[in-house]
Design a protein around this ligand. Sequence first.
Ligand code: C2O
Ligand code: CU
Length: 456
Amino acid sequence: MVIGRRAFLGGVVASGAMLATGAGIANPAGVRAAGKTTVTRYPLYLPPPIGLASSLTAAPSTVDLGGGNLSKAWAYNGFMPGPTFRARSGDTAQVVLRNQLSEETITHWHGMVVDHPNDGHPIYAIPPGGTYQYSFPIQQRAALNWYHPHPHMLTGKQVALGLAGAFIINDAEEDGLGLPGGGYEVPLIVRDASLDSLGNLQYKPRSGGFLGDTVLVNGTRDPYLEVDTALYRFRVLGGANARIFGLALSSGAPFTLIGNDGGLLASAAQITRIDIAPGERVDLLVDFRGMPVGTRVMLRDLRSGWNLLEFRVARQMNVSATVPTTLSTITPLGSSVRTRTFSFDGMSKINGLEYDVNRIDFEVPFGDTELWRFATNGNAPHPVHVHGASFQVVSRTGGRNRLFPWESGWKDTVLLEDRETVEILIRFGGYSGEYLLHCHKLEHEDMGMMSNFVVV
Ligand code: C2O
Ligand code: CU
């Protein structure tokens, strides 16, 4: 079985290389391996599922980045990305985190509305050998959320070395749309990485943000995915420390954008390019129906010119699926009772202050709708993330000077570029307690571009 698969891979190398050359696309991994002009592609890895009552162990591990290229990494339960949680609204998660790293860690459930003790705040970091018991009900709409470490000043390192995974929530509203499921719903965690001369993951922090020279999709380098002539749903997570990806298809065909951080949008949008910053998610339909078997379509990053993932149309199928146009109802948060301004200063401060785990910077009354204004005086991009609630993006002035279709609906992370002011409406209706506001460029977060606040 294994031999057959290797032999098959060997057979497709040449055509894959011809395609890459024909399209004039420089592949950074190929360029790095001096003089190598062919790109060997590996099957896209799909992390295994994990139950909601599970233990999650963060430990040094060896992972296969593709084709038996073994690399040392830090991983949850030995998998990179970590196993995929899948829950339904109304379920309860009971997860024990076990720390087998050489340093402290704690896990944050990014996008999940949970109470303070379950939010992975850095004050709850556990030492090597320690455990942390999480227990929280899932009381929010369907969405792709994710989990990753959040220890003070160590988040960038731990994520870069491999610790992150998907947490998918489904609900009845989503069921009613008949979206592609099973093998036709594929999570894609897109990130860059840096490998040492032995191929092990390494972390080389830069104050402007870690940038790796190798792209990994679901932990696979130069991945391909065999697809049927069917409609697919791709759940894409910007899982890099700092890199922003400009997603597009080599065919020039649009994506059908149906959702983002906080779940389904009000209606679907056809869009040929989507920028996704660290922490952001997009929910995309891609239609391979009507494509002849043998067709190849590349998911590309228009910012770096990288090839991210090659789709290989491999099987003729007749799967009926419709692309719904009306998806959900997004009720506007309405008018705000107060405004707060946050200036993302330099690479390590919010409103002139570096993060202090013990300092509370502001209080937000439970249930009030507030307008938060994010501004910067340089050193962007800053992907701004808020714990404890989803928000609605209402405006962007300066810089790109507009909002994008993937910024409608509910968000928990919004990209702030130089010269931009971004306004959001936010209302904390889940829990009172202490939460975090921070830049999700993990090096900025680790240097102190983070703030504690309390919902009272
Ligand atoms: Cu994805 Cu405070 O983090
Ligand atoms: Cu930043």
